[in-house]
Design a protein around this ligand. Sequence first.
Ligand code: PHE
Length: 462
Amino acid sequence: MSEKRGNWASKLGFILAAAGSAVGLGNIWKFPYVTGRNGGGLFVMVYLVCVVLVGLPIMMAEVLLGRATQASPVVAFRKLAGGRSPWVATGWMGVAAGFMILSFYSVVAGWTLMYIYLSLTGELVAKSADDINNLFGALVSNPGASLGCHAMFMAVTVAVVAGGVQTGIERTARVLMPALLISLLLLLGYSMTLDGFGAAMTFIFSPRVDNFSAVAVLEAMGQAFFSLSLGMGAMLTYGSYLDRDTGIVKASLWVALLDTAIAIISGSVIFPIVFSNNLPAAGGKGLVFKSLPIAFSNLPAGQFLSVVFFTLLAFAALTSTISLQEVVTSSFIDLYGWGRRKVALASGLVIFLVGVPSALSFGDGFFGKGLTGLTGRSFFDNMENLSSNWMLPLGGMIIALFVGWRVKEDERFEEFTRGTPWGGVYTAWLTLVRYVVPLGVALVLLYQVGILEMLGVGTINK
Ligand code: PHE
């Protein structure tokens, strides 16, 4: 039984859904904490360079592949390269990345559910910074709470994806995006009144080399891929629901712009709170969860704002988990003709199970401290690092190579320019996709595995 493929109701629908995929925990939770860990300004600069020179061209390439083939990643490569071509493996790597990312992402998304609950009961507001700090530690290391919330978040994700694409996603994103932006701007207003605002701005925007290491380049690039939802077929899949006559250039620009703006605003909200309360900038995964409740404790109607904010954050996470689950689900539907509900449920269950060790990574148990003794990282950190810093950039690089070199010139030109008044940027885009993206990503990855060092090229401290 093959079901009719979904379609976006409008071009705005696509932009909203794609922005919904891009904007999520990556912007509000991850961007501030990796920025803090990597010393601030210079990291942010490298990140922005990665977004413009690497992320944006790949986004256009992915949407182009999806729109051209009207298919999910694996089938898209099969259609264009032939069923037995090695290019098809890129599609499968994307599906694998979907499983991995969603498995730990849903754990953090689960934390937002805990925070909604704690805001409602009043346990989170009007507390001292110390109490808030301890509360976070206690919550995430509580196996029952973290597994339960992880399960709840996966259940909701599966339910939306089982119901089909456009009904859920488009409508949610249409309300969510503006609301999220407004609430972040309100919080920004608060952060601007804090003593630490100046120090925070210097931290985020002035590039200094201290605390910056070569690993930071990998993390900046990985963060760009992760935040823009690139390299694993999410944008390809969403592009496949796009009308073949809708232009891809401006839509991609909007998505990247919105995503980057929200990340920068989040950092500008969080770091003033961090500095004003003498919290460590490299405070790790709890940074957002420890700093924002301090703001809510000091604001009038703080409890209300706290409920609203964490609810919005949960929805922002949901529009991202939906896109991850959709890559996996639509791939199996397209490949084997299985029913949407069955695929969503079965894959969601597997993803939940893969996520269990990640949910248990924050206590003293084996997957947290125990595994740290073995691999230097918790299970959660290994999943996060492997998927976003390695699989996504690798996937994105192959997509760029495929679109830049393998797709025929006349087809590529036609697909890129159809439906857009911005076709004039074709040559610039092609240059990025052919040379800049593959070389840039290859250099960063080769450096990380030590090959450039062996050749005596890289000498920056790791
Ligand atoms: N971009 C999403 C976020 O920032 C995460 C994501 C990554 C979603 C990859 C889909 C694909 O939260």
